[in-house]
Structures are given as C-alpha cells and as structure tokens.
Design a protein around this ligand. Sequence first.
Ligand code: PEP
Ligand code: MN
Length: 348
Amino acid sequence: MVVVMKERVSDSEVEAVIAHLVEMGMDVHRSTGASRIVLGVVGGGTVDPRLIELMAGVHEVLRITQPYKLASRTFKPDDTIITIGDVRIGGDEVIVIAGPCSAESEAQVHATAAAVKRAGAKILRGGAFKPRSSPYSFQGLGEEGLQLLRGGANAHDLKLVTEVMDASQIEVIGKYTDIYQVGARNMQNFTLLRELGHTRKPILLKRGIAATMEEWLLSAEYILSGGNTDVILCERGIRTFETFTRNTLDLSAIPIVKELSHLPIFVDPSHGMGRRDKVAPMARAAVAAGADGLIIEVHNDPDHALSDGAQSMFPSQFDRLMAELRIIAPAIGRSICLEPVARRGWAR
Ligand code: PEP
Ligand code: MN
C-alpha cells in the first residue's frame, strides 16, 4: 500500500499516520519527493485503506497488492494442476465435464453418461441436492441421486462432480463424489467454504451471480487457507441488465483470472446462456480464450428434463461441439481428448 500525503502536510500529521500504521503491524518507508511525502507500507498486518484515507494530511491511498494471497500468482507463479486418477485439470489438456443438471433416474443418468463419455467428456456432472430459485421446483433426489451418479460415472469410466449446498452435506456427498461443486448462490457461504477447506477433494467454485473477480478469488482463498489447494474456478455468468440470456457469460474472466491466479478456470456456458442453441458458440469461445475446461449440461431427453431442460444439449449437439473443440484447442496449443470413443453422425 502507498499513502500519498497532501502537499501542505504538517510533520505531526505524517507522524500520526506512520504511528497508526506501525501500531497495525506494518513497516513504513517514508520518502520525501519535490512536492509530497509518500509512505510505502508493507508487512503482515491488515489495514483498511479507507481508515487511512480519512486521517488528516492524507491525499490518497493506493493498494498495490491483492487482498487474496494463496490464490494469487504472486504467491505461486506456476499453474496449479489438479490430478484425479488419470485426469489432469489445469495442464495442457482442456477437460470437459458434461451431464444432466439433475440426476432423475437410473436410465437417464446411464444414457447421458454413456453419451458424454462417447463424445469425449472426462467427468460426469449432475446434481442430487439442487439450489432451485423456487421451493416448489424439483429439489433433487438427495442420496439416491448420488448413488445413481456414482453408478453412472463408474459404469462409463468417468469422474464425478456434484453440488454441495450446505456444510451438513459434505460427509454424505464425499462418499460418492470426486469433486465438490459450490454453486453460484453459495460462493459467499463462508461457513461452507471453510469446511471444504478441510476436505481433501477438489472444489469447483462457481462465480456468484453478482460477484467481482476479486470477491470470487477471496472465496477461493477461504478454501485454500483451510489447507485444500485444489480449487477450480468456474465462470457461469453474472447478473446484468441484459435479459435475453439467462445471465451474461463473462468470458473476460478467463484471461484476467489467468493473470491474477494460478488456479485452473472452467466455463459453464449452459447456465451462462440458458438456451441450448447458444451454448456451443460460447463453449468454443471459452476454449479459444484459454479456459482450462468446460462444464456443460447434456441430457438424453432434455425436453422432458426435471431441471434446466432448455439449456441442456442433446447428445448429438454435444458430439458436434466436441468435434469442433478438437479443432480449436490445438490451434491455441492445447490438447483435448483426441480419440473420440466412437464416431457417430452429426445431427444439425
Ligand atoms: C448447476 O450447475 O446446476 C447450478 C445450479 O449451477 P449455478 O450454481 O451456476 O447456478
Ligand atoms: Mn442446472
């Protein structure tokens, strides 16, 4: 932090600012320029810049380091790579997570898991505990849903990610999942984040619907500071004045987060757009912009889905998207599941 004093500042005002900063545990380096005194402030204490700005003789306070530390590239310059069995997240390979919004039945989970595996997904997604805007909407199958999802993932050699909504669910979900998802609505559920910091499974942390990138990285910091280093950030759209799409998918988060943080960043174009016909273009753009992976809703029969059917892709659409990503990823020096398990015709 740099404190710039006013031009006509008295010695006692400067001394008062320095004394306050020292009291807060900071080291202060004073430099006297031609017209102003500038204080360079470093150290382990925490200081609210606004409190300093209110002190007599202070012109402005400039923050030069980020409030998050463990999540920052300054702390860890090299990309974080998360390994789950043979799946490496955050490396050269673009990893695709796909599956239904919610687990609904054994047949649905198995049909969808088989389809996304064939197309090249590495991880199955699906919710068993659903954060629905309305209490009257389908809330998920709970533990039965977890069993279906684990069964589907195992049968098709996929890893599994599923959402945890509350700290009380961590234990039961942990029996089934490979990755915990923290949904957009829970990005600032600090009790949940702290508890997840004590687990040793990766966390997919979605960006809150009204969260700045700094707030999002501070939420990651909660998990990291608990000792869990495996956090995957996921941009899923933010709330803006635009109403045509469900959210506004902020792809600018990709290069910005890549600069600020070492953590892998995924993109969820399904919740970002809210319509299946707009998912593929944004998925392509996300990979082109450097996303480490995608999470996409796919359903074997999306028109009859119990949640988010309109934004869930048909398996044939997902197949085609994966084929397109196989062209885009190498163009920017990334790999992506090059060997589709079975080539099928593309439906338009
Ligand atoms: C989901 O992934 O189904 C979900 C509810 O996501 P989000 O938290 O991004 O809305
Ligand atoms: Mn959904």
